[in-house]
Design a protein around this ligand. Structure first.
Ligand code: PMP
Length: 387
């Protein structure tokens, strides 16, 4: 079929491909431990779910303004600003169905055909997709495993060019769990200021950190006016299916992006936004409890992986993914993930679905019960030893 050029290179997110494969095996009677999809195992906190249900019962089922409920924009501006040490006006906050619109639409608004956009590789597959749909040129920047998968700054300096328009950062990172140290953020910020570049900072995992906070590049001097922060409710508040996220950006850009929201999505579900107000304003203990529990699971998973011959795994500093290096096993990550699914009944993702530099790694999500992680480890060990 004669599709438009802009959709020709789009591919399904790798996580969904593996998820579908795992479900096929389950339908055939196999028991599968799901460590592939990146979403919290726990449900949405009860007080948040209730706020959403109460909103429906109270009739909050009608259109709202495309940029989001003013009350939610206000509480997000206050909360997100306080957490990052910045002053953020409600007019800079746009609410969307998930955080993906907060990265896709600013990219459409800023990237012109031929503009280069740098992004982390391995990285979240939407980055490359949105750059290509916008007509931009994707410029992957490798990460350094030896520095807990921080951006390779030498490669960054080599790859930045007169055509660069935007830099995508993701700290803490999917798929590596890496957190960019302050010095790396300063380095990128200095280049962005000197070359007048935009930065799109995907901070969806910012609340899920285990050692030190993940600072935002937007808080550095001269950066708020050239940074788009993407964040949302999916990971911190276990609200993946509610579809609620936000972008924070300079007001002039927000006006353009609001027009894209108006014409492409209309608005975000009203009752979902009301649940979001409760998530931000209500008790934060559920987030703190879950971070403590993720840390316990991370430590068990990383120790178990490092005990498998041929596997070496850095300790992720944030998010809920381990990214073990399996290169010495001598198989492609694709082959290995399929082998592990078939032989061990454990669904994990091949690193290659996150870009060419993800080859040689697996992504294993630890947002699953401690019991399941403990059950998966000997199965993984056996599957990886028998090859
Ligand atoms: N950014 C990253 C790095 C992610 O891993 C995800 C979800 N897997 C998202 C953004 C999108 O999340 P949502 O649209 O649910 O807010």
């Amino acid at each position: 079929m004669p599709f438009a050029e802009r959709v020709k290179t789009l591919a399904m997110e790798g996580a969904y491909v593996t998820f579908a494969r795992a479900q096929e095996l389950e339908a055939a009677g196999r028991t599968i431990i799901h460590l592939e999809i990146g979403q919290p195992d726990a449900g949405t906190p009860a007080h948040v779910a209730k706020a959403g249900m109460d909103a429906i019962a109270a009739g909050h089922t009608r259109y709202t303004l495309p940029g989001g409920l003013p009350a939610l924009r206000r509480v997000v501006a206050e909360d997100a600003g306080r957490r990052r040490g910045m002053r953020i006006a409600p007019s800079q906050v746009l609410i969307g169905p998930g955080s993906k619109p907060a990265m896709f639409f600013p990219t459409l608004a800023l990237v012109r055909p031929g503009d280069e956009v740098m992004y982390p590789d391995p990285g979240f597959p939407t980055y490359r997709a949105m750059i290509e749909v916008a007509g931009g040129v994707p410029v992957p920047v490798p990460l350094r495993e030896s520095e807990d998968f921080s951006l390779d700054l030498d490669a960054f300096d080599r790859l930045v060019s007169g055509r660069t328009r935007m830099i995508v950062l993701n700290s803490p990172s999917n798929p590596t769990g890496g957190v960019m140290p302050p010095a790396a953020l300063e380095h990128v910020a200095a280049v962005a200021r000197a070359r007048d570049l935009w930065v799109l900072s995907d901070e969806i995992y910012a609340r899920l950190v285990y050692e030190a906070p993940a600072p935002s590049i937007a808080a550095l001097p001269g950066m708020a006016e050239r940074t788009i922060i993407c964040d949302g409710f999916s990971k911190a508040y276990a609200m993946t299916g509610w579809r609620l996220g936000f972008g924070i950006m300079p007001e002039a850009l927000a006006e353009r992006v609001e027009l894209l929201l108006t014409h492409a999505v209309g608005a975000t579900a009203t009752f979902t936004q009301m649940a979001g107000i409760e998530a931000v304003e209500g008790p934060q203990e559920p987030v703190e409890t879950v971070v403590r529990e993720y840390r316990r699971r991370r430590d068990a998973l990383v120790a178990g992986l490092n005990a498998i011959p041929g596997v070496s795994c850095r300790t992720p500093q944030g998010a809920f993914y381990a990214f073990p290096n399996v290169r010495t096993l001598g198989k492609s990550s694709d082959w290995l993930a399929e082998h592990i699914l078939r032989e061990a009944g454990v669904a994990v993702l091949p690193g290659s679905v996150f870009g060419p530099n993800g080859e040689g790694y697996l992504r294993i999500c630890f947002a699953n019960s401690f019991a399941n992680i403990q059950a998966a480890l000997p199965l993984l060990a056996r599957a990886m030893q028998g090859i």
